[in-house]
Design a protein around this ligand. Structure first.
Ligand code: FEO
Length: 164
């Protein structure tokens, strides 16, 4: 049985994951409008992964006999200044999500909730990957500056991302 505080924090995390999906979808729309279809596709796949993250927690709450209470999702940014600005935002956002997962894990430790700790280990690993990936792309975009040819090369590289 889920304790009420942990359950609330898990429901909050579902909201954050769906909010992440929304943010990445908005970023995908930005890239599509800029004709950077590789980056647009990368962001769309990322949005799909975020929905999977939300559903992992959704299923976990239900498996524990808990209550899922979905929350409102706030509007993401609809305008971005540049490709670099998008990935700077993505990296900053992932760092916030990492903090949120770590806070959730600390709560599960305090509450002696072992199944939640085990479930969150997957998310802890995933956040290491997500920060690494967005920070690497951000660094490459910083490197290429205003060169359209280099930007197109990065876009092609992003098009190769596997996944749905
Ligand atoms: Fe679900 Fe990008 O963290």
């Amino acid at each position: 049985m889920l304790n009420a505080t942990v359950q609330q924090a898990l429901n909050d995390q579902i909201q954050k994951e769906f909010h992440s999906a929304y943010i990445y979808l908005s970023m995908s729309a930005y890239f599509e409008a800029e004709n950077l279809t590789g980056a647009a596709s990368w962001m769309r796949k990322q949005a799909g992964e975020e929905q999977e993250h939300a559903l992992k927690i959704f299923d976990f709450i239900l498996d524990r006999g808990g209550h899922v209470a979905l929350q409102a999702i706030s509007q993401p940014a609809a305008e971005y200044a540049s490709s670099l600005a998008v990935f700077e935002d993505a990296y900053a956002h992932e760092r916030k999500v990492t903090q949120s997962i770590h806070d959730l894990y600390a709560l599960a430790l305090r509450e002696n909730d072992y199944p939640t700790q085990v479930m969150l280990q997957w998310f802890i690993d995933e956040q290491v990957e997500e920060e690494k990936t967005s920070s690497a792309i951000m660094a490459q975009l910083k490197m290429v500056g205003d060169s359209p040819a280099a930007l197109l090369m990065i876009d092609r590289q992003l098009a190769a991302r596997a996944g749905g």
